[in-house]
Design a protein around this ligand. Structure first.
Ligand SMILES: Cc1cc2nc3c(=O)[nH]c(=O)nc-3n(C[C@H](O)[C@H](O)[C@H](O)COP(=O)(O)O)c2cc1C
Length: 192
């Protein structure tokens, strides 16, 4: 598939089969993240692939635990793939995905967040090209800011001064592929 077709046909997926992805596919998705553009060529982001459905579920619950729905009142994300913003009955911020990649960045670097999301974008495009379903999820900082979260950081030997910036969920789509969303008008121009 041409890159623009991969971009056009990728959607955030929030309903996953229990089927686990392969380690090989996770390696490729992580490599795509590690090769993302990064401010100053620092290569500051660190990616942890959690290839374990039970651990992914635990993290997904920590991710949703501190979620303040009221701050997002009035928002609506998707009818076909409702997010935790849309549906208060969703109990995990990771929607049953069997794997997740956590992207960490230095706490004190101006472009730490931007770098992490560049990684995430590369990763979801690679995932889609491999036939995997994916979704970027925020709230990395809050997810690990509690005793259970800090234990994960110790177990994974995350260096001091690093903080989780975002997640990339990985798995296989459950149900129908969502239809493409129409682009809002007037969001770009070309000046000759
Ligand atoms: C910075 C950022 C944060 C996001 N955080 C979440 C999130 O926490 N939970 C979620 O379900 N989707 C999250 N998403 C996915 C967006 O909701 C999704 O990209 C958007 O609705 C457009 O849909 P599409 O990706 O299918 O085109 C996030 C996307 C970005 C870029």
């Amino acid at each position: 598939m041409e890159l623009l077709d991969i971009i056009r046909t990728r959607h955030s997926i929030r309903k996953y089969q229990a089927r686990q992805i392969t380690r090989e596919d996770m390696d490729k998705v992580i490599e795509a993240g590690l090769r993302a553009p990064n401010a100053g060529g620092r290569q500051g982001s660190i990616i942890v692939g959690v290839h374990n459905a039970k651990l992914t579920e635990q993290l997904g619950k920590l991710n949703i635990a501190q979620f303040d729905r009221s701050a997002l009142l009035g928002n609506y994300v998707s009818e076909e793939q409702p997010s935790i913003i849309d549906d208060p009955n969703i109990k995990s911020g990771f929607y049953g995905a069997p794997s997740v990649c956590v992207i960490f960045g230095p706490e004190d670097f101006l472009y730490s967040v931007a770098d992490a999301f560049c990684c995430a974008e590369n990763m979801i495009l690679e995932a889609h090209s491999l036939g995997l379903a994916s979704c970027i999820v925020a709230r990395g900082e809050e997810t690990f800011d509690n005793p259970d979260g800090r234990k994960f950081l110790r177990d994974w030997e995350i260096p001091e001064g690093y903080i989780a910036r975002c997640f990339v969920l990985l798995g296989y789509l459950d149900g129908r592929e969502p239809s493409p969303k129409p682009l809002h008008e007037g969001r770009s121009k070309i000046i000759d």
